[in-house]
Design a protein around this ligand. Structure first.
Ligand code: NAD
Length: 321
């Protein structure tokens, strides 16, 4: 067990992902484990505490949580929030002594900010350890405890077993990606690919459907041929093809298009930094920027690019028996 009865665990950022993750921690840690949580939105804390009044207590700031806990996990939206949570001189985690503490950031952010936080900790708190551990699997995955963690460490890292045991309390898979910040590099590469597949799938569906094909037939063709991919199989962008895909419920309860825009733009910036030539990056970024601003698409699952690109959502009428 990575988490023993001696562990006092902090969780910062109780949003769409953080709340179900913290709930799994509260449920799956041994009796006697104490959890301290913090979110700038007080209601997020009180809701969780109401569910687990014995185990979960409120913190007053990230610093306060770090003072009370030997493990701290954070799950906030962007690099600026991670910087505030760790480096704020008054309220940040690093504003207190961090002897031997284990700090894990699960947010999807730019690698530069993550390395800046890590360097600060190495320099000022040498006995503490900091890891990037972004996640994949979405809100439903977080609720089911089925997310995957991409961990910024080597397979030989002596803390890997402890980290794996701890993270498995909230998810299924833990993949060590090699070194600090490479968990984030892996996550951004993954979302670049998944974002482009969604656009390509939407375009290909739109072409075939306008030529007269039933999208169910077309998706079967993709599935049987060289175009087979998870987006079409499980998250088909065309409504009504895969009944439990977000597209079939008006693109609700998925991975919001604004988050895809954020991750895609972080991936494009990373490509520039590392000198990777992109031919699709600019087109992909423009598409997600526009879809995130499109009132028909905003706040909906990112596969709503099908709608944004003019895909036919009322196709079922044409194929009535
Ligand atoms: P969210 O906006 O729903 O939640 C973020 C939470 O962080 C909010 O409750 C907010 O109040 C809190 N917060 C912000 N600043 C804070 C601070 N300084 N101190 C304490 N709390 C603070 O976002 P989310 O969907 O939970 O996403 C969190 C991260 O996970 C993002 O980086 C996102 O890209 C990534 N992610 C999201 C999904 C998804 O499907 N939503 C999937 C994988 C990864």
């Amino acid at each position: 067990m990575g988490s023993t009865t001696a562990d006092i665990i902090g969780f910062i950022g109780l949003g769409a992902m953080g709340l179900p993750m913290a709930q799994h921690l509260a449920k799956n840690t041994p009796a006697g484990t104490q959890l301290y949580v913090y979110d700038i939105v007080e209601k997020a804390m009180t809701d969780l505490i109401a569910l687990h009044p014995e185990k979960v207590k409120p913190g007053k700031s990230p610093r306060h949580v770090a003072e009370l806990c030997n493990i701290v996990i954070s799950m906030v939206p962007e690099g600026s929030h991670v910087r505030a949570v760790y480096l704020d001189k008054e309220t940040g985690i690093c504003a207190t002594a961090l002897e031997n503490k284990l700090l894990i950031d699960c947010s999807t952010i730019d690698t530069a900010t993550s390395l800046e936080v890590k360097d600060h900790i190495v320099q000022h708190h040498p006995s503490a350890s900091f890891y990037d551990a972004p996640v994949s699997g979405g809100v439903l995955g977080a609720q089911k405890g089925a997310i995957a963690f991409f961990l910024g460490c080597a397979e030989s890292d002596p803390t890997l077993q402890r980290l794996t045991d701890l993270l498995r309390l909230m998810g299924k898979q833990v993949i060590p990606c090699g070194a600090p910040s490479l968990g984030l590099s892996a996550k951004l590469s993954n979302n670049y690919l998944s974002g482009l597949i969604a656009i390509a799938a939407s375009e290909a569906l739109n072409i075939g459907m306008r030529a007269g094909l039933d999208p169910r037939v077309l998706s079967n063709v993709f599935g049987a041929g060289t175009a087979q991919n998870t987006i079409c199989d499980r998250f088909n962008p065309c409504p009504g093809v895969v009944p439990d895909a977000p597209s079939s419920s008006d693109y609700q309860n998925g991975f919001k298009v604004q988050l895809m825009k954020k991750d895609f733009s972080l991936a494009v910036a990373m490509a520039e930094q590392v000198g990777a030539r992109l031919v699709l990056g600019d087109a992909g970024l423009k598409t997600y920027e526009a879809a995130a601003e499109d009132p028909r698409c905003r706040d909906r699952d990112s596969r709503v690019v099908f709608r944004h690109l003019g895909g036919d959502e009322d196709w079922a009428e044409k194929f009535k028996e």
